[in-house]
Design a protein around this ligand. Structure first.
Ligand code: BES
Ligand code: ZN
Ligand code: ZN
Length: 479
């Protein structure tokens, strides 16, 4: 699981990636001949290339120039993507090890390039018989830098591991990853990273009257779970906890409001990506020992049209006593999240952030390019979250949250219904959730970026781990 190490001497026999601010920084120190250096400089200066690859009989020397763009965050994203390009050269050459050299002391740039490289090395081969054949060769990345500390490298190792764990949870199919199995995975993560994990079983969930979670679970043979994770370090900066909530629908068939297959059901094992995001964030925060008290809640079940499945028209009494007229069994995410949001009130949280693959409407609005967000948190908190969105290139697009939308979820016979009108679907879903909160809160609809049907640079096809880096950056910078 550990791929990064900081080194203090460069081995000139090993393949290298030279990260330079300008091509004139290149010299003979890196096992390059004068002719090679001239060639590289020409490629960069005259041909305007951003990177050049030299193959010295199997030893690769890759030169990457940092790219000056108007905005820093765009420049860093370009370097993460460059890390992905380098990964392709490395994989092609079947290199086991590579050294990244920080030629011009560019800390943030070096970390971004390294991050892109590490995240590109992710694979999910558990179910392949001949794993070895497909397994990437790269096992070891040495970082040589005078500006980047060993603790930053260690932190990057933790973050990338957490992203990988999150991706794997999403990639695991529902015939392995039941709600019970998901809670077992959380227990393992808690043991490894050092946070507490408590799993409420069906009897406990029933006793607590979590009506939304139980209703969605009615069509299922497998029991629901409700996992409570807590990380409370001695030196926490916050008096009241931050609570994370993740949608843990391990598979969404749409229930009796069945989704049409193949188009919309194929990827629905991804419907626990919100749960994977918050658990991944807990893992990274605890491993890095950030001084913040965080709790994560994950209501989990599959959503199926079983014999006893809830039917459109049913009225459900939720955990906080409010009633919901269920008019579409495919709007199940808000049913289980509502119980978790209401449960979170008992912690008197300073902030609650929920992550959910909640609506197709979020994808219709902004595609895979970012996270749809809304909520009542103060402007300062919103700005901090948005800044983390840029820092990690998990950008946030805030939706309006006007009162008008509240009318769209009114029910004739219950306190609300679980669908809105034909428009603004991600907002009406958020408005539904807002009925269960009494604290500062932001909702992150990750239906678009959580799962990709084609690789996008260092974001692989399948689960992306979106949300993990965002949350870590937010906690790191603000606590
Ligand atoms: N899990 C889906 C949302 C989703 C769609 C996630 C595509 C990832 C990719 C969610 O449970 C759902 O089905 N939402 C419905 C709500 C509607 C019935 C009000 C939707 O968006 O169509
Ligand atoms: Zn659904
Ligand atoms: Zn769903």
């Amino acid at each position: 699981m550990s791929i990064l190490s900081k080194i203090s001497v460069i081995n000139n026999n090993e393949s290298v990636i030279l990260l330079c601010g300008k091509e004139s920084s290149l010299n003979n120190n890196y096992g390059l001949s004068k002719a090679e250096i001239d060639y590289i400089k020409n490629e960069i200066k005259v041909k305007e290339k951003k990177h050049v690859v030299i193959n010295q009989l199997g030893r690769l020397v890759i030169v990457q120039i940092t790219d000056h763009q108007k905005e820093k965050f765009a420049e860093l994203e370009t370097l993460r993507k460059a890390g992905c390009s380098m990964h392709a050269y490395i994989a092609d050459a079947k290199l086991k090890s590579v050294t990244i050299v920080d030629v011009d002391g560019k800390e943030a740039e070096l970390l971004a390039l390294t991050e892109g490289l590490v995240l590109s090395n992710y694979q999910f081969l558990k179910y392949k018989k001949n794993k070895e054949k497909e397994l990437f060769s790269l096992k070891n990345i040495n970082v040589f830098s005078k500006t980047v500390s060993a603790s930053k490298i260690n932190e990057l190792q933790i973050i990338t591991n957490a992203v990988e764990i999150s991706r794997t949870l999403v990639n695991e199919p529902a015939n392995f990853l039941t709600a019970t199995q998901l809670s077992k995975e959380f227990r393992k993560m808690g043991k490894d990273a050092g946070f507490e994990v408590e799993v409420l079983n069906k009897a406990k969930i029933t006793a607590l009257k979590m009506g939304g979670l139980l209703a969605v679970n009615l069509g299922s043979i497998d029991p629901p779970t409700f996992t409570i994770m807590e990380y409370k370090p001695a030196g926490a900066k916050n008096k009241k906890p931050v609570v994370l909530i993740g949608k843990g629908v391990v598979y969404d068939t749409g229930g009796l409001s069945l989704k049409p297959t193949p188009n919309s059901m194929d990827m629905m094992k991804c419907d626990m990506a919100g749960a994977a995001a918050v658990a991944g964030a807990m893992y990274a925060v605890a491993k890095a020992k950030l001084p913040v008290h965080v709790i994560a809640l994950v209501p989990a079940t599959d959503n199926r049209p079983g014999e006893n499945a809830y039917v459109p028209g049913d009225v459900i009494t939720m955990y906080n006593g409010l009633t919901v007229e269920m008019l579409n069994a495919d709007a199940e995410g808000r049913m289980i999240l509502a119980d978790a949001l209401a449960y979170a009130q008992k912690y008197k949280p300073e902030l609650v952030l929920d992550f959910a693959t909640l609506t197709g409407a979020a994808i219709a609005a902004i595609g895979m390019s970012g996270l749809v967000v809304m909520g009542n948190a103060d402007e300062k908190t919103k700005d901090q979250l948005k800044q983390s969105g840029f820092n990690t290139f998990e950008r946030l697009a805030e939706m309006p949250f006007w009162d008008d939308y509240d009318d769209l979820i009114k029910s004739d016979i219950a306190d609300m219904k679980n669908i809105g009108g034909p428009y603004a679907g991600s907002i009406t879903a958020g408005k539904f959730l807002a009925r269960y909160i009494d604290y500062p809160w932001m909702h992150f609809d990750i239906a678009g970026p959580a799962f990709l049907t084609a690789k996008d640079s260092y974001r692989p096809k399948g689960g992306t781990g979106v949300g993990v880096r965002l949350l870590f950056d937010y906690f790191k910078n603000n606590y």
